[in-house]
Design a protein around this ligand. Structure first.
Ligand code: UDP
Length: 329
């Protein structure tokens, strides 16, 4: 049985991956500093170490004790707005964290890593869909750190033979089917959790950021991809590396886009009542439209997203309606 070290396994996307890797028969060890992750999101079948990856001594000891076959890396700060105000925290957690992780991998002979990257590496793109050949030009420190982390892996591959798959997610969404784990950020800035706070009486209305974009209804269009579809791509990516394949970068999205207004309508269908919305000014740094081409991941990884928009909203509602205050009960 192969052993996977999941770094940042107590976070939103990490915790769903932990479940899927366990269900697919992997031995899973989780490292998380719990700054933004949640102990309650952790699967009890996984072995857990509370550790900040910037603590090299501790991290190296875990690698030497556990001897993982591969690493899946989610441990990073991920809020675009906060990154604009606190870029140095993003460089420390994300870039310096990656520096130490790669040093430890190199020193302990672990040479396979699947990395949680982002469509934020592309920046404000005019031509849709976005392919892996679209030039990268991040417009916020968050996206910049993800791109820097990719470059660090690229040079460590050339120098030390550390093979990587970098997965550039579009808009991660939804929750585990039974609603037992899901999305819980503090502060929450993401559209679906914020929409669902309205029927949960946690907010009066959802603010729609801009209705004058050059899109079909004037609101921003995003490619929402279910978190379990993302997890499936991570399992396929590590298996791709275990077969001895070369490093790659893949987009992960459905190839389709929904506007903010369409997302509210979908939520109303799932919740069964009207959701009050108010139009607000554009949010700084928001591109009008982001849609992935997922052709490369389909062809090389054999990955196909299976969750519909309805399933995304339904699973998110299951999580939020049973965890009104997130993991804090
Ligand atoms: N959005 C919105 N109101 C909100 C939060 C988000 O209209 O309260 C919009 C935002 O402008 C973007 C889309 O919803 O077009 C998705 O935003 P989110 O923060 O979920 O993800 P992002 O695309 O920024 O990664």
């Amino acid at each position: 049985m192969k052993k996977i070290l999941i770094v940042g396994g107590a976070g939103y996307i990490g915790s769903h991956n932990v479940r899927l890797f366990l269900d697919r028969g992997y031995d899973v060890v989780v490292i998380d500093n719990l700054n933004t992750g949640h102990l309650d999101a952790l699967d009890s079948r996984a072995k857990f170490y509370k550790c900040d990856i910037r603590n090299k001594e501790e991290l190296k000891k875990i690698f030497l004790d556990e001897k993982p076959d591969g690493v899946v890396h989610f441990a990073a700060l991920s809020l675009v707005g906060v990154s604009m105000k606190q870029p140095l925290e993003y460089f420390s957690n994300n870039v310096y964290g990656m520096q130490i992780l790669l040093e430890v991998m190199h020193e302990t002979g672990v040479n396979k890593i699947v990395f949680s990257s982002s469509a934020a590496t592309y920046g404000d793109v005019k031509e849709m869909p976005i392919t892996e050949d679209t030039p990268t030009n991040p417009i916020n420190p968050y996206g910049e750190t993800k791109l820097m982390m990719e470059k660090m892996m690229k040079w460590c591959d050339i120098a030390y033979g550390i093979k990587y798959v970098s997965l550039r997610y579009f808009n991660a969404a939804g929750a585990y089917d039974d609603g037992s784990i899901g999305e819980d950020h503090n502060p929450e800035t993401h559209l679906i959790p914020l929409i669902l706070q309205v029927p949960l009486a946690k907010r009066d209305h959802i603010s729609v950021f801009g209705d004058d974009y050059d899109t079909r209804d004037g609101t921003c269009i995003r490619d929402y991809i279910h978190v379990m579809d993302l997890a499936d791509a991570h399992v396929k990516a590590i298996e791709y590396l275990f077969k001895g394949n070369d490093s790659q970068i893949f987009n992960l999205g459905t190839g389709d886009g929904q506007s903010v207004k369409e997302m509210i309508i979908e939520a109303e269908k799932v919740v069964g009542k009207e959701i009050k919305k108010e139009f607000a000014p554009r949010r700084a740094g928001d591109p009008a439209k982001l849609i992935a081409s997922n052709k490369k991941a389909k062809e090389i990884l054999g990955w196909t997203p299976k969750y519909t928009l309805h399933m995304i909203m339904e699973s998110a509602w299951k999580f939020h309606s049973t965890h009104k205050d997130g993991y804090k009960k």
